[in-house]
Design a binder for this molecule. Structure first.
Ligand SMILES: C[S@@+](CC[C@H](N)C(=O)[O-])C[C@H]1O[C@@H](n2cnc3c(N)ncnc32)[C@H](O)[C@@H]1O
Length: 213
């Protein structure tokens, strides 16, 4: 595929992801917060190709859930932290997504199963996102990554995974529930784009979790 075909493909995948996330985050109830700030953690994000999509969709959903009376006149300050163990991918993300007024992008090359080593990340995220989690590649590692993603959430925050494969989605969902997450919803994406490997497609499934109360 040439560069412009890739760009077109990525744009379409992001358009579909935005529609999917908009729907499930509204259904699950993204925390309204104070309407002033919104923090998103994208773990194992690779090049974080969905960075702008996440910022836009989370801000849109939050804007519709904060009551008109409580809504501040200025849009929220948004912070997106993306982390992946691959330095090259993170470098690409950092080159591509520059912070601007009202939106801060931070990209971290490191092990997402050991976020405590990166104190600058902080906590109290509204949303933790793991796109195309890779649970069956190394279940023990991914259980630790899931636990870190949950720990970094505010009490009413949401953790969202997407998966390439049916079976991997079921395994990851069960592992998250075992790690103390409550499953809010899981859904087969009806506009998922098929990939060459049989049974594999882009954001084939999505599941939303919150911390057990
Ligand atoms: C299936 S890819 C998904 C990448 C990206 N989220 C996407 O949807 O294109 C899984 C990602 O997990 C990352 N990964 C594997 N082990 C990791 C770890 N210990 N900490 C952070 N990222 C890790 C890989 O580098 C890879 O980018």
């Amino acid at each position: 595929m040439d560069h412009s075909a890739w760009q077109k493909r990525e744009k379409e995948e992001n358009r579909r992801l935005r529609r999917l996330l908009g729907k499930v985050l509204r259904q699950a109830g993204l925390p309204p917060g104070d309407g002033r700030s919104l923090q998103i953690l994208n773990l194992a994000c690779g090049e974080c190709r969905e960075a702008e999509t996440l910022v836009q969709v989370a801000a849109d959903v939050q804007a519709t859930t904060v009551s008109a009376a409580a809504r501040p006149s200025a849009p929220p300050e948004i912070r997106l932290v993306g982390a992946d163990i691959r330095e090259r991918e993170i470098q690409h993300a950092a080159e591509r997504f520059a912070s601007r007024k009202g939106v801060a992008f931070e990209f971290l090359a490191g092990d997402a199963s050991q976020l405590s080593h990166h104190g600058q990340i902080g906590g109290a995220f509204d949303l933790t996102f793991l796109r195309h989690q890779n649970y069956w590649h190394d279940p023990r590692l991914w259980r630790r990554i899931f636990a870190q993603g949950l720990e970094k959430l505010r009490d009413d925050g949401l953790l969202v995974i997407t998966s390439y494969f049916d079976k991997e989605h079921a395994l990851a969902t069960a592992a998250l529930e075992k790690a103390g997450a409550e499953l809010v919803l899981t859904e087969r994406h009806d506009q998922s784009i098929a990939l060459a490997t049989p049974g594999k497609s882009v954001d084939r499934h999505v599941a939303v979790f919150r911390k057990k109360r």
